[in-house]
Design a binder for this molecule. Structure first.
Ligand code: NAD
Length: 252
């Protein structure tokens, strides 16, 4: 069963990791995908991989913290694919890794700009486009770090908690206008973001691997499948939730 047939779908942070995996999964399920990212080479690689598999995708260079870029990203979906059915606000950065008293203020601004303002802008312009065309479905990437405190990640955690609350707000504001808004909260996913931390701080690998009761790190496709479910008609009555996809971390 194809769960995203002909759906015009925008995915941010789709040049790498969870976003790239989700772009591929949506294309496999029949979606027409706008791949949005600041990373031009990585974004084009995602598009090539989708096209090689017979799917449809286009790349739009986008800084999610920039209002004009986000408007252009949404306009591209409308112009190329006839509207906007699905928006996945996924682009994110981890920011500084230090306790609050040492936390760099510019680093704080940066993580808020990308992770929180980026999601706000995506929703602002994405919802406007969806309202023109009878509704749609939005998913944003939160984190277990937005549910429980992780030492050294105050800025990151605050943005991810903010993503979940903004998701609830969008859900209640637009529930009667055909728009659902949900989030996913991944645990530790095997992507560049996690590999970079482990390269800088090798002792973190063991700590990260101990987080989830299930063995190993999550695979990016495991997050992608949850996003597909949430945007699909299978989740037609699900809105305002943050779905943990974290091998049992929050249960333990
Ligand atoms: P990643 O580094 O592999 O991918 C992140 C992508 O976002 C990159 O392609 C990067 O170029 C892009 N990006 C960064 N800043 C951007 C901006 N301003 N505008 C547009 N694109 C931008 O990391 P990932 O693990 O795939 O992360 C995806 C999302 O998942 C992030 O929001 C992250 O916080 C979240 N997350 C990741 C994990 C994990 O364990 N990897 C856990 C929980 C949540």
């Amino acid at each position: 069963m194809k769960l995203a047939e002909d759906k015009s779908t925008v995915i941010t942070g789709a040049a790498s990791g969870i976003g790239r995996a989700t772009a591929k999964v949506f294309a496999e399920h029949g979606a027409n995908v706008v791949v949005a990212d600041v990373d031009v080479d990585g974004g084009n690689e995602t598009v090539e991989a989708i096209e090689d598999d017979g799917g449809t995708a286009t790349f739009v260079e986008t800084n999610v913290a920039d209002q004009d870029d986000v408007q252009n990203m949404i306009d591209t979906a409308v112009e190329e694919y006839g509207g906007l059915d699905v928006l996945y606000n996924n682009a994110g950065i981890d920011g500084p890794h230090t306790e609050i008293a040492e936390y760099d203020v510019d680093g704080f601004d940066q993580v808020v700009d990308v992770n929180l303002k980026g999601v706000f802008l995506g929703m602002k312009y994405g919802i406007s486009a969806m309202l023109e065309d009878g509704g749609g479905s939005i998913v944003s990437t939160s984190s277990i770090g937005g549910v429980n405190a992780v030492e050294g990640y105050s800025g990151y955690g605050a943005t991810k908690a903010g993503v979940s609350l903004m998701t609830k707000t969008a859900a209640v504001e637009y529930a009667d206008q055909g728009i659902r808004a949900n989030a996913v909260a991944p645990g530790l996913v095997n992507t560049q973001m996690v590999q970079n931390i482990i390269e800088e701080e090798p002792e973190m690998e063991e700590e990260f691997l101990a987080y989830e009761p299930m063995d190993g790190f999550s695979d990016p496709r495991e997050i992608a499948n949850a996003v597909l479910f949430l945007t699909s008609d299978l989740a037609s009555r699900v809105t305002g939730v943050t779905l943990p996809v974290e091998g049992g971390f929050l249960a333990s």
